[in-house]
Design a protein around this ligand. Structure first.
Ligand SMILES: C[S@@+](CC[C@H](N)C(=O)[O-])C[C@H]1O[C@@H](n2cnc3c(N)ncnc32)[C@H](O)[C@@H]1O
Length: 322
């Protein structure tokens, strides 16, 4: 078994998450043996080529997750930079690995700053980040005091990016499981479950809400961030095809509709705590992605619309309890 997974299992022994040990090892072994991602073996070799410092240290500065600052030689930093560029596109961040600043497509700290004042403080909580991407927010959760942070995401490239960043961070209770939420056995063990930017990608929103609920401990807190449109509690957009050029968008409710859906899914104390239109300062093309970004997905004559003519991306944060 990949050492990352075995380390994760050690951190949940004798905790409310211990039940995951029943079936997850088998799912992860299946993932390892059936991993069809063509680059995986080469990527594993590349991971070994990154230099390692004895004195691993990380912190955040102005929203950037900084690893190993000042710890490598010029030659090592050149090598690190070249290796990091082989793992594009870097979407969620930013990160800095010693002298290399990974200026990701998203300034993910904007989202974190919007929601942090509203959530129950993470001190000593077990936290799950569903659809964690490269894991940027997981570092912020650890920084905010969480005692165990687990991220799940089925995209193999994002798992690799996470492993690379973690390589520089040392041993921390932050683990990534390369699985979709539907493959997670119900744990009923996390104090806070985050789902940010995933809801609109799910074809069956009620099954998804139930899956999130199944991960929460009794009274646990759900932090759900998703796209919304203007309207009342009966308003929902199902794009005819693409939405802001994304092909896998299914349901975009109004904030009131999302509250109603959360309530009908059995959540309590549901509230919306923030909403913000996504700006081209938050999501933009950088040197660390190939291809296009938000500015190209908006209507050329009217930036309040997507290129398809729908309301431009606005995201809201909902908080609810099990
Ligand atoms: C828009 S990104 C959001 C990333 C991050 N949470 C954020 O808010 O910046 C959506 C993520 O959900 C992941 N995802 C897609 N299907 C998923 C599933 N079934 N379970 C968990 N994550 C999923 C994608 O791989 C992607 O990383």
């Amino acid at each position: 078994m990949h050492p990352h997974f075995s380390h994760f299992f050690r951190t949940i022994l004798d905790t409310p998450l211990e039940g995951l040990i029943e079936s997850l090892p088998a799912s992860l072994s299946d993932w390892e043996t059936s991993n069809k991602h063509g680059h995986w073996p080469r990527w594993q070799k590349l991971l070994k080529e990154y230099p390692l410092s004895d004195n691993q240290e990380w912190h955040t500065t102005d929203g950037t997750v900084v690893m190993c600052e000042g710890l490598f030689t010029d030659d090592e930093n050149k090598r690190i930079n070249g290796l990091l560029r082989q793992f594009k596109p870097w979407r969620k961040g930013p990160y800095q690995i010693d002298t290399t600043f990974i200026d990701t497509e998203w300034r993910s700290h904007y989202k974190w700053d919007r929601l942090l004042p509203h959530i129950t403080p993470l001190d000593d909580r077990r936290v799950l980040d569903v659809g964690c991407g490269s894991g940027y927010h997981m570092w912020r959760m650890l920084e905010a005091g969480a005692k165990n942070v687990v991220g799940i995401d089925p995209t193999v490239l994002f798992f690799m990016q996470f492993l690379i960043v973690k390589h520089f961070a040392g041993n921390h209770p932050v683990h990534f499981l390369p699985l979709g939420i539907e493959a997670m056995p119900a744990s009923h063990g996390f104090d806070t479950v985050f789902s940010m930017g995933v809801f609109y990608h799910r074809k069956d929103p009620f099954a998804f809400l139930q899956q999130l609920k199944n991960q929460l401990a009794p009274e646990g807190e759900l932090v759900l961030e998703t796209l919304i449109i203007p309207g009342d509690d009966q308003t929902v957009l199902m794009p005819k095809d693409r939405y802001a050029q994304m092909s896998n968008v299914w349901f975009i409710p109004s904030a009131d509709a999302m509250i109603l859906w959360l309530e009908r899914a059995g959540f309590k104390q549901v509230k919306v705590v923030d909403s913000a239109m996504t700006s081209v300062a938050e999501q933009r093309k950088t040197d660390w992605i190939d291809g296009h970004s938000l500015a190209d997905f908006l209507h050329p004559d009217d930036p309040s619309l997507t290129i398809e003519g729908y309301p431009a991306p606005t995201r809201a944060v909902f908080i609810a309890n099990k």
